[in-house]
Design a protein around this ligand. Structure first.
Ligand SMILES: CC(C)(COP(=O)(O)OP(=O)(O)OC[C@H]1O[C@@H](n2cnc3c(N)ncnc32)[C@H](O)[C@@H]1OP(=O)(O)O)[C@@H](O)C(=O)NCCC(=O)NCCS
Length: 333
């Protein structure tokens, strides 16, 4: 029984990798179908990783890769632990300690390769991996849910109240849209995902969302952006992305209403108009990913008949936390 560091090529070529990925109880939840093939292609693009090798079989596998876009925005060398597969289903002493030791080894590897922080997203049922991650120094940063709606079911689209209109974005909206995105998603009182909740990332949060929205205005992050307008004022927006293939769902990606206009039913309106745009563009189902704490979003989707399809726990680990832990251990000796 031992931990082995592996290169991406070694991972992808090993028959034990396919066997573990096929037997991984949360593979489908984590990656969708067909989990082993998708995971193997992900492994081939990893920067590094390791496995826990038992007698003849691998019981844990973890792989990470750098995130260049995030690193540039936050000014820190960031990465993602994109794959954390295991054979056991539920928390238990041996499986947990194997997972903890494997994750500690993979973090050391990533830190030695120059990464400062790694993020990890797990299906919310995977408490074994979550507890192993906590034991290795990862901290919970947010809890997300995915909701999906069959677009054949949607009720008639309500008309905007007097003084408000809904229309595709225009160049003149750009500055107000970027300001609203940068403000809405980084305000801990109103949203607060991992980019805002993590004090190390918080200073870069507005810039991250501003860039995301900028890349949605005629760019690759959205197929359309609709604006809720009060004359020349931007009162809200919704960004919409069609699926890449006919079977893929469309996504409602970013949406916000200005603080002064919240609580007046305007999200219901934005959402209905956005879903109508997606349906007219050929989408048959639409998804949103939000935080479990975003009750207005969940309420608006649920009242249209949507259902929850997934739940996620997101963790961060930092190199300087590990250095501080090691220092405390040294001082206690
Ligand atoms: C989330 C947000 C877009 C909601 O916009 P809004 O215009 O205030 O929402 P609405 O007034 O249309 O409310 C939608 C539904 O949720 C309900 N709701 C609103 N706030 C709620 C709360 N805190 N708890 C429970 N239900 C709530 C409303 O009553 C309404 O349901 P109803 O029509 O059955 O009465 C807005 O608060 C916002 O911009 N927040 C910051 C950014 C954000 O979180 N975006 C979503 C990311 S996925």
């Amino acid at each position: 029984m031992a931990i082995r560091s592996l290169t991406p090529a070694q991972f992808a070529a090993a028959p034990q990798a396919r066997a573990l990925l096929a037997a991984w109880p949360f593979g489908r939840e984590a990656l969708g179908d067909p989990a082993p093939d998708l995971a193997l292609s992900q492994l081939a693009g990893a920067a590094g990783g390791a496995v826990w090798e038992g007698e003849g079989a691998w019981t844990w596998l973890a792989a990470w890769e750098p995130l260049d876009f995030d690193s540039a925005i936050f000014g820190r060398a960031l990465g993602r632990l994109g794959l954390l597969a295991h054979l056991a289903s539920w928390p238990g002493a041996e499986a947990q300690s194997q997972g903890r030791d494997l994750l500690a080894a993979v973090l050391d590897q990533a830190w030695a390769a120059g990464r400062e922080g790694l993020y990890l997203r797990l299906p919310a049922r995977d408490l074994l991996a979550a507890q192993a991650a906590e034991a290795a120094g990862f901290r919970l940063m947010d809890v997300s849910v995915d909701w999906e709606l069959d677009l054949a079911q949607t009720p008639p689209v309500p008309a905007p109240p007097a003084g408000l209109s809904l229309r595709p974005w225009q160049e003149a909206d750009r500055a107000a849209l970027l300001d609203l995105a940068g403000q809405s998603f980084c305000d801990l009182g109103s949203y607060g995902d991992r980019f805002a909740m993590d004090p190390r990332l918080r200073p870069g949060c507005p810039e991250m969302y501003r860039r995301w929205l900028a890349n949605s205005l005629g760019g690759p992050q959205a197929s359309q952006v609709l604006v809720l307008a009060a004359g020349t004022e931007v009162a809200g927006f919704i960004t919409l992305k069609l699926g890449a293939g006919a079977q893929d769902p469309a996504w409602v990606v970013l949406n916000a209403v200005t603080p002064a206009r919240r609580g007046a039913g305007l999200y219901n309106l934005l959402l209905a108009q956005g879903l109508d745009w997606l349906a007219r563009a050929g989408a048959t189902r639409a998804r949103v990913r939000t935080k479990v704490s975003q009750q207005a979003v969940i309420r608006a989707w649920s009242r249209l008949g949507a259902r929850q399809t997934a739940a996620w726990l997101t963790f961060h680990a930092w190199r300087d936390d590990r250095a501080a832990d090691n220092q405390v251990r040294e001082e206690k000796k």
